[in-house]
Design a protein. Sequence first.
Length: 477
Amino acid sequence: MNGAHPGKCWHEECGVFAAVGVPQAAAITALGLHALQHRGQEATGVVASDGASFHVTKGIGLVADVYRDAHLENVPGQLAIGHNRYSTAGGLTLENTQPLRVVYRGGSLALAHNGNLTNAREVRAGLEESGSIFQTTLDTEVFLHLMALSGSQQVEEALAEAARQVKGAYSLVVLTEHAVVALRDPHGFRPLCLGRLGDGYVVASETCALDLVGAEFLREVEPGEMVTLDPHGLRTRRVLPAAEPPQHCVFEHIYFSRPDSVVFGETVDRVRRRLGQQLAREHPADADLVIAVPDSSNSIALGFSEESGLPYELGLIRNHYVGRTFIQPNQPGRDFGVRVKFNPVAEVLAGRRVVVVDDSIVRGTTSRKLVRLLRRAGATQVHFRVGSPPVTHPCFYGIDTPSRRELIGALKTVAEIREYLGVDSLGYLSLEGMLATEREPRRFCRACFTGQYPVPVDPQARKLSLEETERARTSAR
Ligand code: AMP
């Protein structure tokens, strides 16, 4: 299907938004998606309902580009949902762009999903066996098929039935002609919050989207909770018992969410400051200054600076306008991919001993190039500090991490990584230190650092080796 591997369900990071009882709901949704751009830059879509029909606007690219000439302010309807998509290689087609929209016997439906279902392949195979024809390669689509097969005409009940058959991570919003239904998986892997806007409501992956549209943050959708929003107001029901403890993704706090968002009950900036402070305690450095790898590490580097007393400087400047399709001119010089994104400030770095703080090391390739960049700019020493432990296992719940074969933390020791990066010293935050920065550590999934998956995973989806498959199974027990 469009070059995508048949049967493969793509892993995605995403952002979702919904508006209900709000004039110009489509335009408000696009604005909300703009604030969630960091959660997905590949494609975006908005579906609005005017009570009788759906209006779909979708495109591949950034929110600002896709909706520039779409005149969403003229789209009728006070209900809308939207989605920003980040996908890994392949599978990037308009069909795979959410929200997914269908017409079934219960009426029209559109659905937008953040997260990853761990049993999607299995469920999909069963559905295909009994005749279902899939339109996309997204795991999200199984929700629609399961709903269509439900005995209930009622959307909430059909969605609840579907939810009982899937496993893994889902924070999703469903649009009908007259309502929006929001649902979060029982483990609460991904964030999802509710806000009040005028006489209506909004739902968003992160509170930074509520801020931009001028909504008031009410609360998070609870794990296992379904919230229906329509002109009559807000109704809630528990469709699945909440897992105890929940499994909020710790990587949302470390890297993925925006620092100005309140996620899992805390402002992300606060958690990141504590990560940096803890990092400085665990791995102090004899150096002149601290810099961040902007922007995701800014708050962590500030925390490091506060605790160590070393001045925080802006030693790397990030260009925010680097599109994915940037054309590399045939020019001399290596590390172009990193240089096009980051430029060192020589005045700040020359002749100085530099602590560079990053939130995480995944493949190690960016970090290695950055170190070379800092040295060329005149840094006499480079001390690399990482605000999380080595990433040793892929995520199956919605963060795009490569397979173990590409994770440097799974392949090399810290001493070998130090060598590979070419740094004077390297310090990763310990697992205990990282968890200690959370108010309630037990409520967080940390599988990417431990390999202990709280919900059994489908290792084939990642093409893991047999040995890895077995390890994943064992730790899931
Ligand atoms: P590398 O170690 O070269 O793979 O890149 C590490 C950098 O990627 C760090 O600066 C992180 O901020 C960033 N990063 C971490 N996780 C992800 C992710 N899932 N998607 C994109 N970038 C990421």
